[in-house]
Design a binder for this molecule. Structure first.
Ligand SMILES: [Fe+2]
Length: 354
């Protein structure tokens, strides 16, 4: 709206003389004026082309000013147009009624030209400010929606990349060590199912899934022949194998995962009674994710084939965790694991190594 365009006004009055006086007064001030002699005529004019303001008489034959205003306010396209009543009705109930149905102001007849002009000016200005504010809010909201959407998109892309990187790291370990091929994936599968059974938050379970998928990452440091050689390992070799928890932590220590992945890796061989390694911590000192990972690891390792022995089977694996419940292994974690296999008929994903 430029300076020349001061605003358009529809004036409604059944008295042609009043209409004439008001129209010429406002036209002189530079407003675009459309007169209407009845409520019906006014509604048609306003609907066809909504003005910036309506000056509305109350007492008119046919549709009166109140009803005209009510209909304007009931239509979304015209509800926001400010309506100033101009009427000879001077009782305060009349004024209150006018405000109650949505009028913004009330001018009594006979009116003072200056008063009408001042009120018209003020309400047009207010209306414009309101509109530009609404426009600004709409604009900002739209911009915000776009940023939120792109933020969600990049978050999803970042998660995908993280997932793929973890999978690539897991594959690196398994390329060197065919006997544990799929071990980490199956442990992750079981650990996630146990965590769900235990009611962990989905976001926390996602962290556990990723941690479990690379929990043996430290084995990359071990000579491949130790990992793949059939037969029992010597004490020295066993001691070397046990360094994989420490080495695993070292490898991921500087990665800023949104989950305690390093602690999961470091603690997955700890036992609740302190008999585990590398630190021999006990009970709640061990991260819950690591306690879950530990049981999943034991069950999967016993159920699957190993270089030094054939698969012991799931029954032996479950008997082991049951026997160690509350000592080696966390009680509720063991219960979740047993319930999965014995009640929910959970099955580990197929092992490639047979
Ligand atoms: Fe391990």
């Amino acid at each position: 709206m430029n300076d020349m365009d001061r605003g358009s006004i529809v004036i409604v009055d059944d008295n042609a003389n009043n209409l004439q006086v008001l129209s010429s007064m406002l036209q002189q001030e530079g407003y675009k004026v459309r007169p209407a002699l009845s409520g019906e005529q006014a509604l048609r004019a306003i609907t066809a082309s909504p003005p910036d303001l309506v000056l509305l008489d109350i007492r008119m034959p046919g549709m009166d000013g109140y009803e005209t205003c009510r209909r304007l306010k009931a239509t979304p396209a015209t509800a926001g147009i400010p309506v100033i009543f101009i009427s000879a009705l001077a009782e305060s109930e009349d004024k209150l009624a006018a405000f109650a149905i949505g009028g913004v102001d009330y001018v009594s007849k006979p009116f003072q030209a200056e008063e009408v002009l001042a009120r018209v000016r003020a309400h047009l200005q207010l209306h414009r400010m309101q509109q530009s504010l609404e426009g600004l809010v709409e604009e900002r909201t739209a911009a915000l929606c776009v940023s939120v959407a792109s933020l969600e998109e990049s978050r999803a892309a970042y998660r995908r990349m993280l997932d793929q990187t973890i999978a690539a790291i897991a594959m690196t370990i398994e390329k060197r060590d065919p006997y544990t091929a799929g071990h980490q994936v199956r442990v992750a599968h079981l650990a996630v199912a146990m965590a769900r059974k235990l009611g962990l938050e989905p976001e926390r379970i996602e962290g556990l899934r990723l941690g479990a998928t690379i929990h043996d990452i430290g084995k990359i440091y071990l000579p491949a022949e130790i990992l793949s050689r059939p037969g029992r390992l010597s004490e020295t070799e066993l001691a070397l194998v046990r360094t994989h928890a420490e080495v695993g932590l070292e490898i991921v220590r500087d990665v800023e995962f949104p989950w305690p992945i390093g602690m999961m890796i470091h603690q997955h061989h700890e036992r609740c009674d302190g008999s585990g390694y590398p630190r021999g911590i006990v009970g709640d000192e061990i991260l819950l994710e690591a306690r879950i990972l530990c049981v999943a690891d034991v069950v999967e390792a016993m159920a699957a084939h190993r270089p030094y022995r054939a698969a012991l089977g799931i029954d032996k694996a479950l008997a082991e965790v049951r026997a160690g419940r509350g000592t080696l292994y966390d009680g509720p974690v063991v219960d979740a694991c047993l319930a999965l296999f014995e009640q929910d008929h959970y099955q580990l994903p197929p092992s490639l190594a047979g």
